[in-house]
Design a protein around this ligand. Structure first.
Ligand SMILES: NC(=O)C1=CN([C@@H]2O[C@H](COP(=O)(O)OP(=O)(O)OC[C@H]3O[C@@H](n4cnc5c(N)ncnc54)[C@H](OP(=O)(O)O)[C@@H]3O)[C@@H](O)[C@H]2O)C=CC1
Ligand SMILES: O=C(CO)COP(=O)(O)O
Length: 347
């Protein structure tokens, strides 16, 4: 049974790539994790631990590690990408033709500028003959690696590819739900990082649970408003890759975006907050990209504008909070309006 599983590659040896590769190895899938640092690769092979990104997690001994990108891709059928968005295209440019015919699943939660491109758009550009999917959901790497019961979403219009991903990745601790709304799933994963920064900031400033609940709920309204304007399906935002991921990232001190916000709330500069983290916090770049796009498109996003004003326009926090709290009080639930302007396909 286990020997019948298709061979898989995972590109990116940070916390999420290592976690995914390990889950696959635990499922008996022949899997190779590609990363760029030979010393780290040797250490993982020797000690079965990624001490930089997943300290304390014993990795499955069947997990293979390589720094040879092309060799890693030879003979695999599925390729998971867990490369930060800042390096995503650079890596894809090296391997586009080698991905022809393979199922390529992006797990990266960022947006590229110029073009406001999702990572799966970049896969389509750089590897036009690949089959494309995205994986997103409330998936804190460390919890998944420790075996916490978790659910995620694989999204693609290639239903056979969704089933293949469910087959290799699903397990007693991980449920993999399918969706056809690739754009909505990917957008949800990228946008929620911005609100996690705000939530971390609010927590470190001692704001209460009412405030956190208001933030999360209004964040859901705001990100859904933007997504619907961009053509995504609002129902996707009621699922794991929408509200599910928003909740975990806004509530958990494990989230790196939350941690950046927490440090900012303690008075550190943005540069200091990011440097202290030492890992990827995609929300910082997404904030810039999103603010520009919302302005161009004329979408009302007061939380995004407020955080942008604090981080990049030198506006004092009390002034921004005062502005947010004195803005016009509009409708609570906008989903009825969202539904009215969106077809129901693609959920
Ligand atoms: N961690 C999580 O809980 C989750 C993360 N994600 C998403 O996964 C993506 C990756 O994040 P994550 O694994 O957490 O990041 P980490 O910060 O944990 O690790 C980043 C990894 O990317 C590698 N890297 C950076 N630049 C390059 C490059 N040019 N070429 C090759 N490798 C490179 C780093 O290598 P090096 O150490 O050599 O610098 C490191 O292995 C992000 O978009 C994130 O949003 C999605 C779901 C959950
Ligand atoms: O995407 C994540 C959880 O689903 C991880 O969030 P962070 O990148 O903020 O750690």
């Amino acid at each position: 049974m286990t020997d019948q599983k298709v061979p898989v590659a995972v590109l990116g040896g940070g916390s999420f790539g290592t976690t995914l590769a390990n889950l696959l190895a635990c499922n008996g899938v022949p899997v190779t994790l590609w990363l760029r640092d030979q010393q780290v690769a040797d250490a993982i092979s020797r000690e079965h631990e990624n001490s930089r990104y997943l300290p304390g997690i014993k990795l499955d001994e069947r997990l293979r590690v390589s720094t040879d990108l092309m060799a890693t891709l030879a003979n695999v059928e599925l390729v998971f990408l867990a490369i930060p968005s800042s390096a995503f295209r650079t890596v894809l440019q090296q391997i586009g033709p080698a991905l022809a015919g393979k199922g390529v699943i992006s797990t990266t939660k960022g947006i590229e500028q110029p073009g406001f491109l999702m990572m799966s758009d970049i896969v389509e550009q750089e590897a036009p003959d690949a089959r494309v999917a995205v994986l997103s959901g409330p998936n804190l790497a460390k919890e998944m690696a420790a075996g916490a019961l978790t659910a995620t979403v694989v999204a693609s219009d290639d239903e056979a590819l969704c089933r293949e991903v469910q087959e290799v990745l699903g397990s007693r601790s991980l449920r993999v739900y399918a969706s056809q709304d690739r754009y909505g799933v990917e957008l949800g994963g990228a946008l929620k990082n911005v609100y996690a920064i705000i939530s971390g900031m609010a927590a470190s400033m001692g704001m209460g649970e009412n405030t956190r609940s208001m933030l999360i709920t209004r964040a859901l309204a705001e990100m859904t408003r933007f997504a619907v304007h961009m053509g995504a399906n609002p129902l996707t935002f009621l699922g794991l890759a929408g509200v599910g991921d928003l909740i975990v990232t806004c509530m958990s001190p494990q989230s790196r975006n939350y941690q950046v916000g927490h440090a900012l709330g303690q008075g550190l500069s943005l540069e200091e907050s990011v440097a202290r983290l030492g890992q990827v916090a995609e929300g910082v770049n997404t904030l810039k990209v999103l603010k520009q796009k919302a302005d161009e498109e004329g979408v009302y996003m007061p939380l995004v504008s407020g955080l942008h004003a604090i981080l990049f326009e030198q506006q004092p926090l009390p002034q921004v909070i005062g502005k947010l709290m004195s803005a016009e009080q509009k409708h609570d639930v906008e989903f009825a309006a969202f539904m009215a302007c969106t077809p129901l396909e693609g959920v």
